[in-house]
Design a protein around this ligand. Structure first.
Ligand code: FES
Length: 107
């Protein structure tokens, strides 16, 4: 399943897309770093809320961490580990994606 064009995501920025994962419609966070894209379920391990404050609007801290809009948990963007806030030590659930010809696909 195609998720997005790479160029529709700002370098260092995020996008939100919907995808079917294991038969369920899920919201995903896409994070672009140059020619790489990482993806996680848009479900915070703290209280299960979405991390964006409006669809596709994610907070990034000065240190380059993704910050959950609900209660401020911070996630590093390599593995999606929560490094500060109420779910510290937990992690976002990674979703495998692939880049093909400038398009992001579910792997
Ligand atoms: S739901 Fe994300 S910090 Fe509480």
């Amino acid at each position: 399943m195609r998720l997005s064009a790479l160029n529709d995501i700002a370098d260092g920025g995020f996008a939100e897309v919907e995808a079917m994962i294991d038969g369920d419609a899920e919201s995903l966070i896409l994070y672009r770093l140059g020619d790489e894209v990482r993806a996680w379920l848009n479900v915070c391990p703290h209280a299960g809320r979405r991390l964006d404050w409006a669809p596709g609007q994610f907070l990034k801290s000065k240190d380059g961490h993704l910050v959950c809009a609900a209660h401020g948990a911070s996630f590093e963007l390599d593995r999606g580990d929560c490094i500060a806030g109420p779910c510290r030590g937990d992690a976002l659930r990674a979703v495998q994606v692939q880049l093909r010809d400038g398009e992001v696909w579910l792997a």
